[in-house]
Design a protein around this ligand. Structure first.
Ligand SMILES: NC(=O)c1ccc[n+]([C@@H]2O[C@H](COP(=O)([O-])OP(=O)(O)OC[C@H]3O[C@@H](n4cnc5c(N)ncnc54)[C@H](OP(=O)(O)O)[C@@H]3O)[C@@H](O)[C@H]2O)c1
Length: 265
């Protein structure tokens, strides 16, 4: 297996390395580089991997460098990587950071842009990949295989990455927003929060599996639940009255727009 370095072991970085370890990748083949010393120590102890806070020399030894720092920190990280000899393919996970910006920071070299999410910890992520022009076939295959260990992979042109950010990256937050509002309504009805959470969690999981497995469109699945004059229709009419579909559409488009703004710096 390729040696992997995760630079920035925050929420996303830790999710990715957790998923990779759960997929059976050897602890010796993954290392972390995390700026906060206590966090680096915690990560090393918790996952049984090397995790340093002392610069990026370790990352240069890897075959694949995953950059999971915040967008504003990508450029300095890339420039620090480029300060020494590096043979790795560099894969950036940050929202809104374009391949050409990473290539420039590196002074040229193989770069893959990836948008994934924190379900990678449970190997249930979806990752959108875009291959830079200097990436060899073997390098791209290695990166793709890595993300396949974390869930599903789609390959997209870079101009679609802002929308992939809205769907794959930020999308789970929109579902959690919905989950929280539904559980909140249940507590107002007198149901204990833990019972409400259990119902909502399993309902979301089941709905996701059904959507994936049935081969039916969301609108068709709604049709199987919402009978005329029934309970679901009553609830849907509240959503329709407030044009909720349009509100969700706007939220997704605004997220993609923000990703585009981050590209502009
Ligand atoms: N969270 C998500 O669900 C998600 C989903 C898709 C994409 N992303 C992308 O993933 C990236 C990380 O997001 P996050 O939520 O994981 O952020 P986060 O929790 O803040 O993690 C980033 C970590 O990287 C560290 N760091 C910064 N500069 C570093 C350096 N030079 N060397 C080593 N470590 C460094 C940060 O330390 P300091 O706090 O000291 O700066 C922090 O611990 C972002 O670019 C975001 O767009 C996140």
């Amino acid at each position: 297996m390729a040696r992997i370095a995760v630079v920035g072991v925050g929420h996303l970085g830790e999710s990715v390395l957790t998923g990779l370890l759960r997929s059976g990748i050897d602890q010796d083949d993954i290392r972390g580089i995390e700026l906060i010393p206590e966090r680096a120590r915690d990560i090393a102890r918790k996952h049984g991997i090397d995790c340093t806070h002392a610069g990026l020399a370790d990352a240069r030894q890897a075959d694949i460098i995953l950059i999971a720092v915040r967008p504003k920190d990508v450029r300095p990280v890339v420039e620090e990587i480029a300060a020494g000899p590096v043979n790795a393919v560099v894969c950036t996970l940050a929202a809104g950071i374009e391949i050409k910006a990473v290539e420039e920071g590196l002074g040229g070299g193989p770069v893959v842009r990836a948008m994934t999410n924190t379900a990678s910890a449970h190997r249930q992520a979806v990752t959108a990949l875009t291959r830079g022009g200097q990436v060899r076939d073997t390098q791209f295959t290695a990166v793709k295989t890595l993300f396949e260990h974390l869930g599903s992979v789609v390959e997209i042109p870079e101009e679609q990455q802002n929308m992939a950010t809205a769907l794959a990256g930020s999308g789970p937050a929109f579902l959690y927003y919905l989950a929280d509002a539904m559980a909140q309504a249940a507590t107002e009805y007198g149901i204990e929060r833990k019972d409400a959470d259990t119902m909502v969690e399993q309902m979301l999981r089941g709905a996701g599996v059904l959507l994936q497995e049935s081969g039916e469109e969301p609108s068709e699945l709604i049709g199987h639940i919402a009978t005329p004059g029934g309970t679901t229709k009553a609830g849907l009419s509240v959503l329709d009255d407030r044009e909720t579909s349009n509100v969700i559409r706007k939220a997704v488009l605004r997220t993609a727009q923000r990703s585009k703004e981050l590209s502009a710096g």
